[in-house]
Design a protein around this ligand. Structure first.
Ligand code: RB5
Length: 350
């Protein structure tokens, strides 16, 4: 039996459980809104009753059936990789039964790169459950003969066909502030990160104001960064100096720190020869978390863990300063366990 046969469609419509080829591995599924059929899948697969099931969609157009969240990362990732081997974890809508999600508030969704399967889901007019067709804990199945051997007696039909990738999909969770890659598959982590970084850039530059200041040692770098920030779309408050004359760094620190403190700008950038003087001075201002960064890793961590609001740069380091600035401005704070520590730091100020 092939995916386009009327019998396969009828099996789904009648609440049947079907084993079918996808672009990754063989899948087992049923229509997503038939709880009895969904329960049968747990039994047939001997799946842990606490392990949610994923859905397959005919296209991005079916997303509103299963989630109310207008997520910009989901939007960009589906544009880039659907149909294909990317599963997204999104917030579920009330249309999705708790039986599928095991009571959790999220649902994993994917649009397979298999014309016949997408066409079938489109004709059904609703998503289907699509989890790997194997007995839990056993290897994934990619061949019809094996799928038939394992499932012929326990499901309503086993569909003939070929899997192309033969590897389970990449999974990205977009429900938090920061998208998380949960499993790397045929779509690499770098490909996913590239799309995420484009969105972060766009998101940050459309609304952020940045104050920047330096002493004489960082004047050239400040001029370069002001140009870069303006070209990227940020609003810039240049706290000087306006020319490369000798300036004691605390003068610029006071201007930038006060602009951040008062909310006049969203974040600040301070430069001196080593970055040490400006970071020491900026951290004397209440509410300022200034981080001296001379690598992209430090820039990422100072945002994720420390919610740094001022980036301090040493003009004399031979590093990619623009890349550091870009990460500092686009990386969101992770919150969670880190907040308690930031509250402890804030308590030192009173
Ligand atoms: C200025 O000579 C220099 O001390 C300053 O740029 C900075 O490196 C201080 O930490």
């Amino acid at each position: 039996m092939k995916l386009d046969s009327a019998k396969v469609k009828k099996s789904f419509e009648a609440g049947g459980v079907v084993v079918f080829p996808t672009d990754t591995v063989y899948g087992i599924g049923c229509v997503y809104d038939d709880e009895d059929a969904v329960k049968k899948i747990f039994v047939i697969k001997q799946r842990d009753s606490n392990k949610p099931l994923p859905l397959l969609l005919s296209s991005k157009e079916q997303l509103p059936l299963v989630t109310d969240d207008k997520n910009i990362y989901a939007d960009a990732l589906t544009d880039a990789f659907w149909p294909g081997a990317l599963t997204l974890v999104v917030k579920k809508s009330k249309n999705v039964s708790d039986v599928i999600t095991c009571g959790t508030a999220t649902i994993a969704v994917r649009c397979p790169n298999n014309d016949g399967l997408r066409d079938l889901i489109g004709r059904l007019g609703k998503p289907i459950i699509g989890t790997s067709a194997n007995i839990s804990g056993e290897p994934s199945i990619t061949k019809y003969a094996e799928a038939k051997r394992v499932f012929a007696d326990s499901v309503d039909c086993v569909v003939e066909g070929r899997c192309t990738d033969n590897v389970p999909s990449t999974i990205v969770d977009v429900t938090g502030k920061v998208p998380k890659i949960l499993r790397e598959g045929p779509i690499t982590a770098d490909q996913v990160k590239e799309v995420i970084s484009r969105i972060k850039d766009k998101k940050a530059s459309t609304k952020m104001k940045i104050a920047i200041g330096t002493d004489h040692r960082g004047f050239g770098l400040k001029e370069e960064l002001v140009k870069y920030l303006k070209e990227t779309g940020y609003e810039v408050l240049d706290c000087g100096p306006a020319e490369g004359v000798t300036v004691d760094y605390p003068v610029s620190v006071e201007k930038v720190a006060k602009a951040v403190q008062s909310g006049k700008v969203d974040r600040g950038i301070l430069i001196c020869g080593t970055g040490l003087g400006v970071s020491i001075a900026a951290n004397k201002f209440k509410g300022i978390r200034a981080a001296l960064c001379n690598s992209e890793f430090m820039a990422e961590r100072c945002r994720l863990h420390n919610n740094a609001n001022i980036l301090c740069l040493g003009a004399e380091y031979d590093v990619d300063q623009k890349a550091i600035v870009k990460i500092f401005l686009t990386q969101e704070y992770e919150g969670g366990r880190h907040q308690k520590r930031l509250d402890m730091i804030a308590s030192f100020e009173s």
